[in-house]
Design a protein around this ligand. Structure first.
Ligand code: HEC
Ligand code: HEC
Length: 325
């Protein structure tokens, strides 16, 4: 009997040592993404393109500025561009507490261009640790290298704002799993804008529409076959808001738009009187970044519409808003 206990003891010890060894391996050895040796030249063209992408397409300035959540769609507070501090935590349904970082020169001036490139496209910070993918690096991963260089050139020109921020704290087991998510950049060339569907697909990826408009399981994996079908839930103070079905299904929302009304719906929020609309507690508000996307030009919004019309129609009827009782 004693022998049996001894063997069992040895077996469990081996398992424990094995598990600790494996977890240590994950933490120490991964992610293993080298830093590119690059110097991004700052040109007026790059600053202009980078500014457009950072504000209106890839929305860096949406998450990395102070958001006013008492107003419709949470527009950013002017004067806070890039200073970071927005928190994604359990209250919002995230597995941990993730703090958007200071990406003004006060936060990242010592980073090399290669380190910034790696953070944006692979989700690895300067010390080699993984970022939680609420920072949409899995989408930026596929963007044209020149577009990423433009974003880097632009954020280098932001007004430096001192803002020391707390570290992000992932929940177990995410603190381990996160180490396996980063992957090397897989850039795709930007399609010719005259090829509307291909260009729209590129922009749709660069602007992360799929992230919010596709349901996930409780571990954050997108449900297969549900691309763009909506139903992703956001817990806001006023109630639960769900993203809408953007596939061309007859019961989805896309079908209610023509190309023109789709563009107009976004453009309506570029009007300065529409940007700062107060929302009373308990009223409908939305995480859909209307006021940021509103600055996309009409051709780009039109291309996104053309692309969405070609995605697989999926049946999924969504109740957009359930107010808190
Ligand atoms: C949906 C919100 C969101 C968007 C959009 C977003 N980020 Fe982030 N970003 C974050 C969060 C949150 C973190 C911190 C993640 C963590 O600590 O695990 C982060 C981290 C970073 C870091 C690492 C900084 C550091 O000090 O470790 C850089 C650099 C960065 N983001 C740049 C960008 C750029 C450039 C863009 C646009 C191309 C962008 N982000 C878009 C949320 C976002
Ligand atoms: C941060 C999450 C988020 C992102 C990113 C996002 N959406 Fe949304 N979207 C939502 C939510 C939630 C709603 C439902 C509430 C509302 O109408 O504002 C919505 C609503 C919409 C609607 C309105 C449909 C209707 O009911 O008439 C359209 C159109 C739309 N999104 C298109 C897009 C496109 C195109 C993109 C990418 C360029 C995108 N969304 C990116 C969260 C998001």
């Amino acid at each position: 009997m004693k022998k049996v206990f001894k063997i069992l003891g040895l077996v469990s010890l081996t398992i424990v040592v094995g598990v600790i060894g494996f977890l240590t391996y994950l933490k120490v050895a991964l992610p293993n993404i080298p830093v590119k040796d690059i110097k991004v030249e700052i040109t007026p063209e790059r600053i202009e393109r980078g500014k457009y992408l950072a504000y209106h397409v890839s929305l860096c300035m949406d998450c990395h500025s102070t958001r006013i959540w008492t107003e419709f769609s949470g527009p950013y507070q002017p004067g806070t561009e890039g200073k970071g501090g927005e928190v994604f935590n359990h209250d919002l349904g995230f597995p941990g507490t993730y703090v958007a970082k200071n990406i003004t020169p006060a936060g990242i001036k010592d980073w090399t261009d290669g380190e910034i490139y790696r953070a944006i496209t692979s989700g690895v910070n300067r010390t080699g640790d993984p970022l939680f993918p609420v920072m949409p690096y899995l989408y930026y991963n596929k963007m044209d290298t020149e577009d990423i260089y433009s974003i880097i050139a632009f954020i280098r020109t932001l007004k430096p704002i001192e803002n020391k921020l707390p570290a992000s704290v992932p929940d177990f087991p995410l603190n381990f799993i996160m180490h396996t998510i980063p992957k090397p950049a897989e850039p795709t060339p930007k399609p010719n804008p005259s090829d509307k569907v291909a260009y729209g697909a590129y922009l749709c990826n660069a602007s992360g529409c799929k992230e919010c408009h596709t349901k996930s399981d409780n571990r954050g994996n997108k449900l297969p076959g549900m691309d763009f079908a909506g139903g992703f839930e956001f817990k806001l103070p006023g109630g639960i808001v769900r993203s809408t079905n953007l596939t061309p299904d007859p019961e989805g929302q896309l079908i209610s738009y023509t190309r023109e009304t789709f563009i107009e719906k976004f453009k309506a929020y570029s009007d300065s009187t529409q940007i700062h609309q107060k929302v009373a507690p308990g009223e409908f508000n939305t995480p859909m970044p209307w006021t940021m996307y509103a600055g996309m030009n009409a051709e780009d919004l039109g291309a996104i519409y053309d692309y969405l019309k070609t995605v697989k129609p999926v049946k999924n009827v969504v109740e957009k808003f359930t107010p808190t009782k």
